[in-house]
Design a protein around this ligand. Structure first.
Ligand code: SF4
Ligand code: SF4
Length: 222
């Protein structure tokens, strides 16, 4: 899922300083699961904005809303009336949701209330970690189901590097070395030989550096 963190209230207040009627809009998808941008967080942020405006003597009318997914046109469609009644929107969806709203309602300023952090999963209550960097050509079959692109600080495809110490990455004693994990995964399976296979170079043209990526499925087009 996409993991994000809410921006500090003061930063959001600065964004909306020139506007009076503000809609705080959440998304009940990924960002609700990580307690950053769902209906509950909308209520908390809207209350904080009302309270801080009152203390500062600013005139603000803060309304609230949330949709199942801010990144899909079908759901955004239903927001037309609510958006038209306000001067600006603070979206606490991920960056995809913010851009989708801005595309749908180009005349209304849409401000990001979240920092979209990464794609990952909860490790335990209150802790999320990045596990996939969307490289476009998954190699988890070759790395024992552990992603070295997202989980190795150097994105190495042939680690571990010389900085790996006692199972930890050189960037932090808290961070497991991804390649140590990969080694042990294969060792436990009795398949260490898999790490000796010579593989063709990874096709990085499908990764992020080539600009906006698209998937086009002719069989699904109308
Ligand atoms: S190899 Fe690529 S697609 Fe697969 S988990 Fe890692 S970053 Fe994601
Ligand atoms: S110590 Fe391990 S995880 Fe850290 S950069 Fe080197 S190979 Fe990657």
């Amino acid at each position: 899922m996409i993991v994000g963190e809410q921006k500090p209230v003061d930063e959001i207040r600065e964004m909306i300083a020139d506007y009076e009627k503000i809609l705080v809009l959440g998304c009940n998808g990924c960002v609700a699961v990580c307690f950053a941008g769902g209906e509950r967080e909308v209520k908390i942020l809207a209350s904080a904005l009302r309270m801080t405006a009152k203390i500062a003597g600013d005139k603000k009318e803060i309304t609230e809303g949330a949709v199942e997914k801010q990144c899909e046109w079908e759901f955004i469609e239903s927001l037309k009336e609510q958006v038209e009644k306000c001067e600006a929107v603070v979206s606490i969806a991920c960056g995809i949701g913010v851009q989708a709203l801005a595309e749908k309602f180009p005349e209304t300023p849409i401000f990001p209330g979240l920092n979209t952090s990464f794609m990952g999963m909860p490790l335990e209550a209150g802790v999320w970690a990045e596990t996939c960097a969307a490289c476009g050509e998954c190699i988890l079959d070759k790395t024992g189901g552990i992603c070295p692109i997202a989980r190795c600080a150097k994105n190495l495809l042939n680690g571990p590097c010389g900085g790996s110490q006692d199972g930890k990455c050189e960037v932090s004693p808290e961070t497991p070395c991804a390649w140590e994990l990969i080694y042990h995964r294969f060792k436990d399976r009795g398949r260490l030989g898999a790490l000796e296979e010579i593989r063709p170079a990874k096709d990085w043209s499908k990764a992020r550096d080539g600009g906006v990526r698209k998937i086009v499925r002719e069989d699904l087009k109308l």
